[in-house]
Ligand binder design. Structure first.
Ligand code: NAP
Length: 262
C-alpha cells in the first residue's frame, strides 16, 4: 500500500528502550538505516546489534540531547555514517513524578530541558543535513498528557509535551519551504519496560480506562511514526496523531461503564 522508505536514514533519539526502541526496530524492518541514540552507549549498542542480527542496518551513538554540543555531534556523526539524515524521530523523554509544592526548579528544568529543549536541539542539529538534501521528515514523540489530559505529578511533563506541539506548529510553517515536514505522535499509555515494572494492579487499572481495553504497544506508536515518514504523508505537516485506543474519548467514568456490551 505504501511506497517503500527502504534505504533512508533515520536518527531515533531515546532508542535504547521503550517506544524509541520500538521505532528503531520498526524503521529497520522497513529497510531504513537506523542511528540508535541514547546517553548510554552500551544500551544503544544492544539495540543496534539486535537490528544488525536480524539483517538490518544500524549504528549506535551516545548523546545527551539536552546538550547542544552533543546534539550537534550526533547529527554530524549520522551524516558521516549514513551520508545524510532523511528522518529524525525526536523521541527521547523522561517522566519523573513530583507534585506542585514538592517539585523543585531543578525538577522542572530537567524535564523541560530533556523533553522540550531536547526536541528543539535535536531538530536544530539535524536541519543543516535536511536542508542540504532538500527534504526531510521530523517526527516528535509528544503524548496525550499535556496536550489533552493531565495526571497528578506531571505538570512539568505535561507542559513539556504540550510545548512540543506548540514548537511543532511554527517549525512546520518555517520548514515547509525546505520540503521538511514536522509532525507528532501522541501516545496514550504504552506497555513498555517501565510500565511493566509498575506491576499488574497498576496495569489493570490503566487497561480499564481504555475503551479498547488494552494498553498500546510500541508498534502501535512506531507504525504511526512510519506513516508520517512515508511518501504518502508528504502533504501532512504540523499535525499530531493520537494513538491511545480511545483513552481520551470517554467524557466520564459513566461513559466507560455504559460501554459494556449487553
Ligand atoms: P523510556 O522507556 O524511559 O526510554 C527513554 C529513552 O530516552 C531511553 O532510551 C533513554 O536512554 C533516552 N533518554 C532519556 N534522556 C535522554 C537524553 N537526555 N538524551 C538522550 N537520550 C535520553 O521511555 P518511553 O516510555 O519509551 O518514552 C519515550 C517517549 O515517549 C518519551 O518522549 C515519552 O514522553 C513518550 N511517551 C511515553 C508514553 C508511555 O506510555 N511510555 C506515553 C506517551 C508518551 P538513556 O537513559 O540511556 O539516555
Amino acid at each position: 500500500m505504501f511506497t517503500s522508505i527502504a534505504g533512508r536514514s533515520v536518527v531515533v533519539t531515546g532508542a535504547s528502550k521503550g517506544i524509541g526502541r520500538g521505532i528503531a526496530l520498526r524503521f529497520a524492518r522497513a529497510g531504513c538505516k537506523v542511528f540508535v541514540i541514547s546517553r548510554n552507549l552500551y544500551e544503544a549498542e544492544k539495540i543496534a546489534a539486535e537490528i544488525v542480527t536480524s539483517g538490518g542496518i544500524a549504528r549506535a551513538y551516545a548523546a545527551d540531547i539536552s546538550k547542544k554540543l552533543e546534539a550537534e555531534a550526533m547529527a554530524v556523526a549520522a551524516v558521516e555514517v549514513f551520508g545524510g539524515i532523511d528522518i529524525l524521530c525526536s523521541n527521547a523523554g523522561i517522566y519523573p513524578s513530583a507534585r506542585l509544592g514538592v517539585m523543585t526548579e531543578t525538577d522542572f528544568d530537567l524535564v523541560i530541558g530533556t523533553n522540550l529543549k531536547g526536541s528543539f536541539l535535536s531538530v536544530s542539529a539535524c536541519l543543516p543535513a535536511m536542508k542540504a538534501a532538500g527534504k526531510g521528515r521530523i517526527i516528535l514523540t509528544s503524548s496525550i498528557t499535556g496536550p489533552i489530559t493531565g495526571y497528578p505529578g506531571w505538570s512539568h511533563y505535561g507542559a513539556s509535551k504540550a510545548g512540543q506541539l506548540g514548537f511543532m506548529r511554527t517549525a512546520a510553517i518555517e520548514l515547509a519551504p525546505f520540503n521538511i515536514t514536522v509532525n507528532a505522535v501522541m501516545p496514550g499509555n504504552v506497555f513498555t519496560e517501565g510500565l511493566r515494572d509498575m506491576g499488574p494492579e497498576y496495569i489493570g487499572k490503566m487497561e480499564a480506562s481504555v475503551p479498547m481495553r488494552r494498553l498500546g504497544t510500541v508498534d502501535d506508536v512506531a507504525n504511526a511514526a512510519l506513516f508520517f515518514a512515508s511518501d504518502e504523508a508528504a502533504y501532512i505537516t504540523g499535525q499530531g496523531m493520537v494513538i491511545d485506543g480511545g483513552q481520551t474519548l470517554p467524557e466520564s467514568l459513566a461513559a466507560l461503564e455504559e460501554m459494556s456490551p449487553g
